[in-house]
Design a protein around this ligand. Sequence first.
Ligand code: KIV
Length: 288
Amino acid sequence: MTQLSAAQTKSSDSSKALYGGKGTRRITVRDIALAKERGEKWPMLTAYDAMTASVFDEAGIPVMLVGDSAGNCHLGYDTTVPVTLDEMTMLSAAVVRGTRRALIVGDLPFGSYQEGPVQALRSATRLVKEAGVGAVKLEGGERSHEQIRLLVESGIPVMAHIGLTPQSVNAMGYRVQGRGEEAAAQLLRDAKAVQDAGAFAVVLELVPAELAAEVTRVLHIPTVGIGAGPETDAQVLVWTDMLGLTGGRVPKFVKKYADLRAVMGDAAKSFAEDVVGGTFPLEEHSVH
Ligand code: KIV
């Protein structure tokens, strides 16, 4: 059975499916809530530019995250920490312009919401008004619940992000979260806190599969896993990891679906050799 037909057997009306459904209008957070009710699993990818986003949109990816992973994967920083709200606004606007159907979630970067709810509202408002995103994402469970509550009360849908939160790399490193009784209990408290504050979904990053499965059972909002095992409602991957563009090592939880780094490198070498050898351009590439 294909992945799509497996999802459809659980779905009461497969034409409404987030992936593979017939809908052409822009997906909303209400569609995401209905997918959880139907028991439908869905994919999310990051995107940082209009052209890549248009490819994923045409492939039917229903939710795209303009993640602050743009810091490492697009802007050349070592971590997500230096990414600014101006950068996120510019990248998010490009992704919105490149898509017609996907729900676009814009990430609030480090320093744009930690001061409190009012700062969070000011930052999220920029992403919604200037970039046109349909929702924002921010990191933190209990510690961010006041920010989430004010954004949701103000009409801005929020995707929360708990477990490994890369903006806190200087404090927590890149380590599995939620291991051990106390850490698992804290993760559950964080998950419930963001749900109670009104988040429409929550990313679980790098947590044990068993714990992610429990959180997914307990919550009525969808969980989006990355390095969190197979039981979450949705799965997200960073597109440059998933398509093999990222250089060097990628995390164990990444599945590489293509080797774009090799494809692009080989193409660049072929072009260079053609130019040096005088075999490009040819007559067919020339105008007279
Ligand atoms: O910024 C990002 O890409 C993310 C995903 C890893 C969930 O937060």
